[in-house]
Design a binder for this molecule. Structure first.
Ligand SMILES: *Cc1c(COP(=O)(O)O)cnc(C)c1O
Length: 241
């Protein structure tokens, strides 16, 4: 804006983050084009859980306005420290304990990680009390391993078809390939999530346009399978942390 030219050399951390952001953004664009999808159909959520508020601010400066945190108390602490108001859309991408919901909703986050009926119900109740409508995604357990977080296909069917909830809008699904999953296997899991979404949508008539899947190691496969949000952390902070 009206800032005087700075007497300091550019901050090397800021420069590195800008470079990382441009690379990730370009690769997301290429993957989106390669999948024959419109350029705006995939949004990058910059996962800032690895770094402090100052470093996160450089990422926003570089052009990333969607930020994801995996713990509610770190999301609100950082949001308060950054105080950028409307310039940032916050994404809650980790498990939400019900006792954190009241304070979390004040930031009007998109909650990617609804992993039980109890959490969905608690968000709905609190959102109504606060006069809000909160966008949420339902987290799918793609591995089928019951010790992993996320909902089974049967649970998803029940929740999507469930009662009208005035405080929440279920906008789609979220999934995570397990750590160390082979690329080919991750690609199959993402395709399975997209098919599951199609089935849920046609069985319920509820539109489920959003698919949050893909991280630093596997976002190209996720975009090919139809991801609308990729959640990228490590690739953005390479050389910085
Ligand atoms: C940390 C995290 C990410 C980002 O993972 P990277 O491999 O660092 O890109 C994405 N999604 C969730 C749910 C996370 O917890």
């Amino acid at each position: 804006m009206n800032d005087l030219p700075s007497a300091h050399p550019p901050d090397p951390v800021a420069q590195r983050i800008q470079l990382n952001w441009q690379q990730v953004r370009d690769q997301v664009r290429s993957a989106t084009a390669a999948a024959g999808r419109p350029p705006d159909s995939v949004r990058i959520v910059g996962v800032s859980k690895y770094v402090d508020a100052q470093t996160t601010a450089w990422l926003v400066e570089a052009g990333c306005h969607d930020l994801g945190e995996s713990r509610p108390q770190l999301l609100w602490k950082k949001a308060d420290e950054m105080a950028r108001g409307d310039a940032i859309r916050w994404h809650m991408i980790g498990h939400v304990q019900t006792n954190k919901i009241r304070r979390l909703l004040a930031y009007q986050p998109l909650i990617h990680s609804v992993d039980s009926q109890r959490v969905l119900q608690a968000i709905d109740t609190e959102a109504q009390q606060q006069g809000r409508v909160i966008d949420v995604l339902l987290e799918v357990n793609i591995s089928g391993d019951p010790t992993k977080t996320g909902l089974s296909p049967d649970q998803l069917k029940q929740l999507v078809a469930g009662a009208d909830r005035p405080g929440v809008r279920v906008a789609g699904l979220m999934a995570m390939a397990g750590w160390g999953t082979e690329q080919a296997e991750a690609a199959e899991q993402f395709q399975a999530v997209a098919r599951l979404r199609d089935e849920l949508q046609s069985a319920s008539g509820v539109p489920l346009p959003e698919l949050s899947m893909g991280m630093s190691g596997d976002y190209q496969a996720a975009i090919a399978a139809g991801a609308t949000f990729v959640r990228i952390g490590s690739a953005l902070f390479e050389g910085v942390r």
